[in-house]
Design a protein around this ligand. Structure first.
Ligand SMILES: C[S@@+](CC[C@H](N)C(=O)[O-])C[C@H]1O[C@@H](n2cnc3c(N)ncnc32)[C@H](O)[C@@H]1O
Length: 232
């Protein structure tokens, strides 16, 4: 499949699961997803009249958390390739954020225009991740911060086997029963082929970022990664 077709397939899949996405997320992560997003939002750099771009914004949960917890952020933009996800985000956010259908790989946004770029459980789904990371770097102001919240493949060991069992057996089963089986089979596959934390750090440095803090949740299966664009 060509990259453009792959992206359309992914957008179609998220269009199909959009209606039940929030409920299943809360159920499958035992509400931990909200806690992880709260930590991400608390890591946004302190700015007066801050501007943030949330990429792969989905149903808008990171942006709604920002509206509640970070009044210092006045300009909120969200982009996603799934129209159905964006429709749900628009219902939650009203006019408190500007939401646009756009791919992470090709942001039609001016360079050096955001204090922060966030992406939660989205980078794993992007076909050309290197291109997306370069785009995040381009749109960030010097000194701006990139925050990535994502599931990562785990090292070997008993916990890994436990999580593999959950991701590969339980999660597609529940997701398949309540939503779309194909989509919830895709989740463990996309985690398995994603960067390791070390490989992501390497890629971020190659893109020009300086690595910042990292925090792991659920024994390292989910991580929050901070990277900063140098201010010269
Ligand atoms: C697992 S959801 C995450 C949604 C939200 N960020 C959250 O925290 O719940 C992944 C989202 O990534 C979007 N997505 C996938 N590929 C994308 C791309 N290339 N550019 C922008 N969004 C993309 C999907 O449409 C979907 O809404």
């Amino acid at each position: 499949m060509r990259p453009a077709e792959q992206e359309t397939t992914i957008a179609d899949m998220f269009d199909r699961i959009a209606g039940r996405y929030d409920t299943l997320n809360a159920l499958l992560s035992l509400r931990q997803d909200a806690r992880w997003r709260n930590v991400l939002v608390s890591w946004l750099p302190k700015r007066q009249n801050g501007s943030v771009l949330d990429v792969a914004c989905g149903t808008g949960d990171i942006l709604t958390t920002i509206t509640r917890r970070r009044p210092d952020y006045r300009s909120l933009v969200g982009v996603d390739i799934s129209e159905n996800m964006l429709t749900l985000a628009r219902k939650k956010l009203g006019d408190s954020a500007k939401l646009q259908k756009m791919s992470a790989e090709e942001l039609s946004l001016p360079e050096e225009s955001f204090d922060a770029v966030s992406i939660g459980f989205g980078l794993r789904n992007v076909v050309n991740k290197e291109k997306a990371l370069s785009e995040f770097f381009r749109v960030l102001k010097p000194g701006g911060v990139l925050l990535i919240l994502e599931f990562f493949p785990m090292d070997s060991g008993i916990l890994n086997r436990l999580f593999q069992f959950y991701f590969q057996q339980i999660l597609p089963l529940i997701g398949g029963l309540l939503s779309d089986r194909m989509a919830y089979r895709y989740l463990p596959r996309s985690v398995g082929t994603f960067y390791t934390p070390l490989a992501l750090a390497g890629r971020l440095r190659t893109t020009g970022f300086q690595m910042g803090r990292q925090r792991s949740f659920l024994f390292g299966s989910c991580r929050l990664v901070e990277a900063r664009k140098y201010s010269i």
